[in-house]
Design a protein. Sequence first.
Length: 125
Amino acid sequence: MARRSIDIDSFAHVNPIPAASRVGPLVVSSIIPPFNPGERKIPHDFADCVRNIYLHMGQMLDAAGARWEHVAKITFYVNDIELREQLNDQFVEHFPDPASRPARYTALASGGPKVSAEFIAYIED
């Protein structure tokens, strides 16, 4: 199985790492920052940060040949655990069926942006 780097238009890492990587049916993201598309600015509003993460995630899935239903797990990192509940609106919007949602974990992260994320997806060919 060949590994394939996934790069997207909405953001690129400063270090020489791809936004995500696909090996066979597995897609794993690198850390997903809340940057505004095409720039390295972080919105002040937490909801806008979360929207940006889902935008970047959607582009990674598209570039990998995956869809939202292929996402198996999302991990969010927040700098204030009280923000965890504010992740629910976008989560439910992207995964409306309560019988078919990916696993989700929210971890407290010190420093860095208000929120960042990473995901794992599995594509059945």
